[in-house]
Design a binder for this molecule. Structure first.
Ligand SMILES: [Zn+2]
Length: 604
């Protein structure tokens, strides 16, 4: 979660519209059993647990946009609808399951002992529904071939291929008849849908998930004045889109038009749909937000700004035919204008899944296949992070070696945990965790490195220049030149690494600049410059060092927002005044008056 939060904060700093969703997978036999042993209901148990998690995320400064619960009524309804749809399509079929099941992992396994958690499995033999996974195996393999970085890190991908994707994949059993805590198969209340199958659908079933997986609304207008739309994409319950054959252009296009004077978007949508299909649509909702739907219809609006005039739908005479097409079919058609825009946007909007590596198979194998079956786009990337190892073992509830992060947060600042995870746990590999190492890291990084540098430079500005950040005096000095280049390359390298989700290496770039700053102080010895009245070089040095610190905390903000804020405040600067362009400007901060520090920046 902290990794996801760091990524989200970084993307926001780059002006992306970020939507950060997390949630809880509430169902499953493990929870049912646990609740029974505690003499409580599964719902009460998960409600209680989730409060603890939410409290933890809050304390860690994790700012997610949406928390999805798979025990919600709307999830149940949508899962059942998807189940029914895939059943009718033949991608779900009825058969018989015979084999082992691990309750801890909620996973069907081949072995008597679960290969993941080593606990005893139970034998299941029951009539069940299966997901026709093998049907899409080839398509999945092709997707991996075309997108080699779809799943990272490479080691995790290699494992997935070695253990599962290399051979013919078994169809996945997706129902259970010996549990009750879960979502029943439509019209078969005794059959419970497999927890993973429905939990994965959380990404799709949330309101924003629907937007991102169906289409893209990142460019939705906030401008109340923009009342014109170039098209209305109408989607039916089979996820097909309505296109009309426009004879005038010799192409298939979305039906479209614009909102007439005195017409609400909702009325416009109804009218457009009626004009194109002769169907009267009732209960349209949420039109004001750019999207509306009921069980049957969904309509997407696209703004005219860049496409006005391309799609003229009011000319009914020119329309030859009206038909629904699947996304795949539309991709085979010759399309332009708004339809093209629509599909470009589907691919444009970046969807990233951040998962623990133990659930890779569900996300990197079954989930894409479910999306293929539903005719949806895939996420751009699945990032599997490593485990926290305590005394060489994975930290997990079932092993009882969990370090309670809420307890840690009573003692240590959230930034320490956030930074530690990134710095010490090369986040795609397993990392070692202990409280001693955490304390050590606080001393090393926050006190001796970051805090010390800021205080030293601040103190010199206070003593030698009355708290005013001096201007660069244009001094030619080899050390300063080198340091300036160092600052610029740090900014570039950090972005390059963050863009590739190499968070640990990105953090190391910050550390390198910290070291370079300390080195610059050693090389130029500002106290001697002051003593020998080399004011120009002294001022230039202090200016550069302060700019270096500014860059360091700017880059550190997504990782350690509170600590960065402390430094910004000390220097009398505001994070929001900086961006990826002006952060390279060394003139901007000259003349600012920094605060006088009493005590230390970070508590010792
Ligand atoms: Zn297991």
């Amino acid at each position: 979660m902290t990794i996801a939060d760091i990524v989200a904060r970084y993307k926001k700093s780059k002006d992306y519209n970020v939507y950060f969703q997390t949630g809880s997978d509430d169902h499953g036999e493990k929870i049912e059993k646990k609740a029974l042993s505690l003499n409580t209901s599964p719902q009460e148990l998960v409600d209680k647990n989730i409060k603890l998690f939410q409290k933890l995320w809050q304390k860690l400064g994790v700012e997610y946009d949406f928390f999805y619960r798979t025990s919600s009524a709307s999830h149940k309804e949508k899962v059942q609808r998807i189940f029914q749809q895939l059943l009718e399509k033949g991608d779900i079929y009825r058969g018989k399951y015979q084999g082992n099941y691990c309750i801890i992992c909620e996973d069907y396994v081949k072995e008597q002992n679960c290969p993941s958690c080593h606990s005893d499995t139970k034998i299941l033999e029951e009539s069940a529904y299966f997901l026709n996974v093998s049907k899409y195996q080839q398509q999945l393999l092709e997707h991996y071939k075309k997108n080699p970085d779809f799943l990272v890190p490479a080691t995790t991908k290699k494992e997935l291929f070695a253990n599962f994707l290399g051979e013919k994949i078994q169809d996945l059993c997706i129902t259970r008849s010996d549990i009750t805590w879960g979502i029943p198969v439509p019209n078969e209340p005794k059959m419970i849908i497999y927890v993973w199958f429905e939990a994965l659908l959380n990404y799709l079933n949330s309101e924003m998930g629907e937007k991102f997986f169906f289409t893209d609304f990142a460019k939705e207008t906030k401008d109340e004045q923009t009342k014109e739309f170039s098209c209305v994409a109408i989607q039916n319950k089979n996820n097909e889109y309505l296109l009309v054959y426009n004879k005038k252009y010799g192409e298939w296009v979305f039906p479209g038009g614009k909102i007439e004077v005195n017409e609400s978007p909702k009325e416009a949508a109804k009218r457009e749909i009626f004009e194109e299909t002769n169907l009267v649509v009732e209960n349209l909702e949420k039109v004001g937000q750019g999207i509306f739907w009921n069980d049957t219809w969904k309509a997407h609006f696209y703004q005219t700004k860049s496409y006005s005039g391309e799609v003229l739908v009011k000319e009914k005479k020119t329309i030859g035919e009206i038909k629904f097409f699947t996304i795949n079919e539309i991709q085979q058609l010759k399309v332009s204008g708004a339809v093209k825009y629509f599909f470009e946007k589907i691919h444009d909007c970046e969807i990233i899944h951040l998962i623990g590596k133990e659930i890779t198979r569900f996300h990197a194998l079954y989930w894409p296949i479910i999306l293929f079956a539903l005719n949806k786009r895939l996420p751009n990337k699945i990032i599997a992070h490593g485990w926290l190892l305590v005394k060489g073992e994975k930290m997990s509830k079932s092993k009882g070696n969990v370090v309670d992060p809420l307890e840690l947060l009573e003692k240590y600042p959230p930034d320490l945990l956030r930074t530690y995870f990134i710095a010490k746990i090369n986040f795609l590999q397993d990392g070692i965790f202990s409280e001693e190492l955490l304390k050590e890291f606080y001393q090393d990084f926050f006190i001796h490195n970051l805090g010390n540098l800021c205080q030293r430079v601040g103190k010199m500005i206070e003593l030698y220049n009355n708290n005013i950040i001096p201007a660069f005096a244009g001094t030619e000095n080899i050390h300063l030149k080198k340091y300036y280049q160092n600052c610029l390359s740090t900014i570039e390298n950090y972005q390059q690494k963050m863009n590739n989700y190499q968070l640990t290496s990105a953090f190391q770039e910050i550390e390198k600049l910290l070291n370079a700053s300390n080195k610059l102080i050693q090389e130029l010895e500002p106290w001697n410059l002051f003593k020998n009245k080399k004011t120009e070089l002294l001022n230039s040095t202090l200016n550069y060092l302060t700019n270096g610190i500014k860059i360091i905390v700017f880059l550190l903000t997504p990782i350690a927002p509170e600590s960065s804020q402390i430094v910004f405040e000390y220097l009398n600067l505001k994070y929001n005044d900086f961006n990826w362009v002006n952060i390279k400007d060394f003139k901007q901060i000259a003349g600012k008056k920094i605060k006088s520090l009493k005590g230390t920046l970070f508590p010792v």
